[in-house]
Design a protein around this ligand. Structure first.
Ligand SMILES: Cc1cc2nc3c(=O)[nH]c(=O)nc-3n(C[C@H](O)[C@H](O)[C@H](O)COP(=O)(O)OP(=O)(O)OC[C@H]3O[C@@H](n4cnc5c(N)ncnc54)[C@H](O)[C@@H]3O)c2cc1C
Length: 263
């Protein structure tokens, strides 16, 4: 059986849900479907990240990343405030442990200032006062950085989207095929055939594959990295007051491409 939506969004992570929510406000007469292959929302990057509300300190002033990060943080805090989702502005320190890093720290600080981030350079002594178990020559202190549970944010977005509306979230439905027809785009999932007028690809680390599935050539290629997390035990949590970061090292690909200094 064919079901119909005006707008279909692939991906039930934060990008898909926030996009759907924003569209639902902008075009209240349109019906929106979210298609997610897992049996719950936020099952991938969104539910497995560090939960940081980034301040935008690293990004090139005037760049889209810098502007969106500043606007996005403010919007997220407002959203959480309005909908009773806890977030904590615990602050962050970026710690330089050698002379080379103190020079790079200065460049990051200048960027932060240019981006309107509330931050200051602090001495090693001051660092020890506010973060007794971190050692460094100097640090940048960013009091406005925070943490939030993005899974909770997604649950709330899903709830707001579907409550009393014609919008639908289809979990456990993997998009397998995308075809054009005279009525619109036909999206074939595990169990459903959906006809829609607009299809938005928010498939995260699969978004290049979905672009190909839709018969287009992706401009970007996803290059996956595998990482591992360590959690502090409950007893050890008291040893950290802030988010504690090293100065990004341009030798390593992840911070280099994402954060510093050639973005
Ligand atoms: C290790 C790590 C730490 C991070 N830390 C932070 C942080 O602290 N703060 C921060 O702001 N950002 C952080 N990020 C970045 C942030 O998590 C991502 O930018 C964000 O979650 C991306 O959201 P998304 O919705 O695009 O992707 P995802 O959350 O990955 O969602 C994409 C969804 O698409 C679905 N999907 C894929 N293919 C199909 C298909 N064929 N059919 C149906 N559904 C499909 C997937 O199942 C998935 O649920 C981090 C990222 C990583 C990897």
């Amino acid at each position: 059986m064919m079901i119909r939506a005006d707008i279909c969004i692939i991906g039930g992570g934060i990008v898909g849900l926030a996009t759907a929510y924003r569209f639902s406000k902008k075009f209240p007469e349109k019906t929106i479907f979210i298609i997610e292959k897992e049996n719950r929302l936020a099952a991938h990057q969104t539910g497995r990240n560090s939960g940081v509300l980034h301040s935008g300190i690293y990004y090139k002033p005037g760049s889209l990343k810098a502007k969106n990060c500043r606007l996005g943080k403010k919007a997220m805090e407002q959203f959480c405030g309005e909908h009773g989702i806890d977030y904590e502005l615990c602050g962050k320190v970026i710690v330089a442990t050698n002379k080379g890093e103190t020079e790079r720290l200065g460049a990051i600080f200048e960027r932060g200032k240019a981006n309107g981030v509330n931050c200051e350079i602090i001495s090693g002594e001051r660092l020890r006062e506010i973060e007794p178990h971190a050692a460094g020559l100097e640090a940048i202190h960013v009091p406005e950085c925070g943490i939030v549970n993005y899974e909770q944010v997604c649950q709330k977005l899903g709830e707001l989207l579907t409550k009393g509306s014609s919008h639908q979230i289809h979990l456990g439905e993997k998009v397998l095929e995308i075809e054009s027809s005279k009525d619109g785009l036909i999206v074939q999932t595990t169990e459903l055939s959906i006809c829609c007028q607009r299809l938005i690809n928010c498939a995260g680390l699969h978004s290049d594959r979905l672009t190909k599935l839709g018969g287009q050539t992706p401009e970007a290629k996803i290059i996956p990295f595998k990482g591992e997390y360590y959690f502090l035990s409950k007893d050890a949590e008291k040893f950290c007051n802030h988010l504690i970061y090293p100065v990004p090292d341009p030798k390593f690909p992840f911070p280099r491409s994402t954060f510093y200094p050639h973005d």
